[in-house]
Design a protein around this ligand. Structure first.
Ligand code: HAM
Length: 422
């Protein structure tokens, strides 16, 4: 146990971390391009925030939260999603009073006690965005466009954007009655949890992961066929703006999403390889959530994009991720005295922004060269008795195979010149 990470978690090792940096840089660049600013909220919040916002009949609140009592006997929960904490921060810091819309993005770990499987972790990471204060369907499409732009920038192909409308509290009352009528004769074949859902929130039954419940909801009446005028015209607006900017989409009336706060637009982005089980991105509108959490009525919309799944898709599609920077120079030293001098030189070169390495393991000269090859250092110099005496070195360029005699004073300037960083 001591030397094993908890089930469903994994270390991001140096072999992978450069891919994360690349993806994180890309999402930040796109978020900024669309006018979003970063928000960082704590890793944990009061449990009540998630219970109220995500909904008590959801799998997340029902069985997936990492909840514990802290030493002050407060119930605390590790972030099981990113939206509710941002809503809490919006209310607490009165961000809704700034010029609207408020456009925020985040990169955060998320904790859910799920059954670990392909692309399913107990700690995963999401890039997410949230926009507050605008009800125009053009904003819904901006949010979808931003997600698609991230994938485009990274070169990911074979994606499908699926959209739906899950209605609003107004149309949901009528729809829930319809659903209950449809489900009543099937109650005996539904799981225990779905019985509670039937009473409290029948729409959740459509999203039940139980196969036998799935069979029962095959021909279920759809929300999309029962939405009110206002939701319908909003949905038409979303489709119109998607067409205006030429983003392909599929209407999927079965999208329910696993969180209760959604109103009107709900969407998911799937990739061919991962299929339905590996949704890359999910989001939607939540016009009631800010009010529900104690703030003024403020519409909102956003998405969460799974970063583990994104990186897995990049790997499956064979998309090249630029390798981390290699050392510019390795200083091979032939004696203790040379090592001391070399140590001073790399300190000066590093101050000049040159990626510099030296041996710390008392390797032989041959082994130092071998190591310099292994770490792919472009330049090498040898420091021996002769070099120390004359204060000159031979700069060996492994890229061009050109050797050049230099004084130690010229070293940094010459390297920067050759690297085009002068
Ligand atoms: P979500 O659909 O629960 O939405 O999660 C968003 C994305 O996170 C998923 O599409 C998936 O890529 C990734 N994801 C979810 N669970 C796991 C897991 N166990 N392992 C690996 N990846 C996972 C939300 O969380 C909403 N807060 C999104 C949102 C923001 N809606 C509006 N604003």
């Amino acid at each position: 146990m001591l030397t094993k990470a908890p089930r469903g978690t994994k270390d991001i090792l140096p072999k992978q971390s450069y891919k994360w940096h690349y993806v994180e840089n890309a999402v930040r660049e796109i978020a900024e391009r669309f006018g979003y600013s970063e928000i960082r909220t704590p890793i944990f919040e009061h449990t009540e925030l998630f219970e109220r916002s995500i909904g008590e009949t959801t799998d997340i609140v029902g069985k997936e939260m990492y909840t514990f009592e802290d030493r002050g006997e407060r119930s605390i929960t590790l972030k099981p999603e990113g939206t509710a904490p941002v809503v809490r921060a919006l209310i607490e810091n009165k961000l809704y009073a700034d010029a609207q819309p408020t456009k925020l993005y985040y990169i955060t770990p998320i904790f859910r006690y799920e059954r670990p499987g392909a692309g399913r972790y107990r700690q995963h990471h999401q890039f997410g965005i949230e926009v507050f204060g605008a009800i125009n369907p053009a904003v819904d499409v901006e949010v979808m466009h931003l997600a698609m732009s991230v994938y485009k920038k990274l070169g990911l192909k074979n994606l499908e954007l699926r959209i739906n409308s899950v209605g609003c509290p107004k149309c949901r009352v009528k729809y829930n009655e319809l659903l209950k009528q449809f489900l009543e004769p099937k109650l005996d074949n539904l799981c225990g949890t779905c019985h509670t859902r039937y009473e409290k929130n029948p729409m959740r039954i459509i999203d039940c992961k139980n196969d036998s419940c799935q069979v029962q909801v095959e021909n279920v009446p759809l929300m999309l066929d029962n939405i009110c005028e206002e939701c319908s015209s909003h949905f038409e607006g979303v489709k119109k703006y998607l067409k205006i900017i030429g983003i392909d989409f599929v209407v999927d009336p079965k999208i329910v999403r696993g969180l209760d706060y959604y109103t009107k637009t709900a969407f998911e982005i799937l990739s061919d390889e991962q299929g339905k089980k590996g949704t890359l991105c999910g989001g939607g509108r939540y016009d009631e959530l800010v009010k529900q959490c104690g703030g003024p009525k403020t519409p909102g919309i956003g998405f969460g994009m799974g970063l583990e799944r994104l990186i897995a898709s990049l790997e499956t599609q064979g998309i090249e991720i630029p390798k981390p920077k290699q050392p510019d120079i390795f200083i091979v030293t032939m004696s203790d005295e040379a090592r001391e001098k070399g140590y001073k030189i790399i300190a000066e070169l590093r101050d000049e922004g040159i990626l510099s390495r030296i041996d710390y393991l008392d390797r032989s000269v041959k082994a130092q060269f071998k190591y310099a090859n292994k770490v792919n250092a472009r330049f090498r110099i040898i420091l021996g008795e002769e070099e120390l005496k004359n204060e000159t070195v031979t700069l060996k360029d492994s890229l061009t195979s050109i050797n050049e005699e230099l004084t130690l004073d010229e070293l940094a300037i010459k390297i920067k010149e050759k690297l085009g960083r002068a």
